[in-house]
Design a protein around this ligand. Structure first.
Ligand code: ARG
Length: 462
């Protein structure tokens, strides 16, 4: 790489080395080399198509660029860390390789619209990858939910045992959340489908370009209609980071549950040895590190979102160098989300469920007290009175260290004449679950319906 700057000419003095290092983004934007080269190929074709450069020059440029792409892919061309950014690097290597024609590539273009284009192309691909990984996670969750559709566990509110539910129902709640996350990523990708290339530095260009054909050849369905907006817009990055933050929030809540459920206090599940670690000092330990890391890394992704929002809030139109800070936040979120999703699906797939432990927990905690009140209400007792009687019976059980279903009928009848033998089947946990047939409820049939509708939704996702 020659020491002369692309923008040499205006300056009287060389930039200080420390300023160059500070200014350079190649360390992190090199990951966009494919998108940069693809964009440049489309640009050269458009320039030739519009008669701005000759067909011969365009051919040379495109050949040169394919060579650079092949060499970078093969690792035979090393990225020069001294280059300011990936855009400068590719153009400089091209010019070294093909001479004069290479110098014509940057006609009717600026790095400002170029970087905005590269980032959109990059994110478009990554969003596709993330959607694929979330789909796989939803598939695993839904398969496990179907398998656990009749496994009774306590459902909680305030971390207190509340009502009996099935483990399948609990898992399906996460399938629903993740489906919405896919929807948000799709929305982001749809709104991002606008090409900034041709906005040039900020004001458009005097060359007779064809922005629409260039956009089309890059797979965009629209072009940015205001050049200042085209080069300054990073809304799509914020939307992406926000969709990632919500996705991570959901993974983090599930992680928290997996961590709790695998503790000795709960022991509802056991994570497989492949997705847990041991302790360097305590031989008995089996730590849910993967789930904890997913929970921890959620903070990172929120940080990326906050960092970018804060960078953008004070910058005037149009491009400002502050915007170079967008990429590290976006790339960090991409890497983090992808890593978490890759580990999450097999971790859930290999998780062992301990239904006896779940049932034992469900049998303590009076989680059929609501059903007991409902029993009375259905026999004509007003709900408030039924609620009170049910509460009194719970208090009696606590005092006698027993549970509702173990009280003899005579005790029930001390509190209300309407109690009959059928109370025992009515307050059995299986009955409590089976009766909750309202749409979205916890009954086996309802969970089956949820499973079917999520699978149908998954089939429709590209
Ligand atoms: N590396 C720069 C960035 O990431 C590319 C755009 C530079 N444009 C400029 N006018 N300095 O934002």
């Amino acid at each position: 790489m020659s020491a002369e700057k692309m923008w040499a000419g205006r300056a009287q003095q060389e930039t200080a080395q420390i300023a160059d290092d500070f200014n350079s983004s190649i360390r992190f934007d090199q990951r966009m080399y494919r998108q940069d080269i693809t964009g440049s190929m489309a640009h050269a074709s458009m320039l030739a198509g519009c008669g701005i450069i000759t067909k011969e020059d365009a051919e040379q440029i495109i050949d040169g660029l394919s060579g650079i792409l092949a060499d970078l892919d093969a690792g035979t061309l090393q990225i020069d860390p001294a280059a300011e950014d990936i855009h400068m690097f590719v153009e400089q290597v091209l010019t070294e390789r093909i001479g004069e024609a290479g110098k014509r590539l940057h006609t009717a273009r600026s790095r400002n619209d170029q970087v905005a284009l590269d980032l959109r192309l990059y994110l478009r691909d990554v969003i596709g990858e993330i959607i694929g990984l979330v789909k796989e996670l939803v598939r695993v969750l839904t398969d496990r939910a179907e398998e656990q559709k009749a496994t009774i566990m306590p459902g909680y509110t305030h971390m207190q045992r509340a009502q009996p539910i099935t483990f399948g129902h609990q898992l399906m709640a996460y399938s629903m959340m993740l489906l919405r996350d896919i929807g948000r990523l799709q929305d982001t990708r749809k709104r991002m489908d606008v090409s900034p290339i041709g906005c040039c530095a900020l004001a458009g260009t005097t060359y007779p370009t064809d922005r629409r054909s260039e956009a089309k050849s890059l797979g965009f369905s629209q072009i940015a209609l205001n050049s200042l907006d085209g080069v300054s817009d990073r809304d799509f990055c914020v939307e992406f980071l926000s969709a990632c933050s919500l996705l991570m929030m959901h993974l983090s809540r599930l992680s928290e549950e997996l961590i709790l459920w695998s503790s000795w206090e709960f022991k509802f599940i056991e994570l497989s040895d492949s997705f847990t670690t041991g302790s360097s000092i305590m031989p008995q330990k089996k730590n849910p590190d993967m789930a904890e890391l997913c929970r921890g890394k959620t903070g990172r992704v929120y940080g990326d979102l906050m960092a970018l929002l804060t960078v953008l809030k004070g910058i005037p139109l149009a491009y400002n160098k502050d915007m170079q800070e967008d990429k590290e936040a976006v790339f960090d979120a991409c890497d983090t989300v992808i890593m978490c999703l890759r580990v999450f699906a097999p971790m859930l797939e290999s998780m062992k469920v301990l239904p006896d432990r779940m049932l034992a927990a469900a049998q303590r905690g009076f989680i059929n007290a609501t059903d007991l009140a409902d029993y009375l209400t259905k026999k004509g007792v007003p709900f408030r009175s039924a609620y009170k009687i049910s509460g009194q019976l719970v208090a009696r059980c606590i005092a006698e260290d027993t549970v509702l279903e173990k009280l003899p009928l005579s005790v029930f009848r001390e509190y209300s004449e309407v109690f009959a033998e059928d109370v025992f089947t009515e307050i059995a946990l299986e009955t409590c679950v089976a009766r909750r047939i309202s749409e979205g409820g916890t009954s086996v049939g309802s969970v089956e319906t949820q499973v079917a509708s999520v699978r149908e939704a998954l089939n429709g996702i590209q």
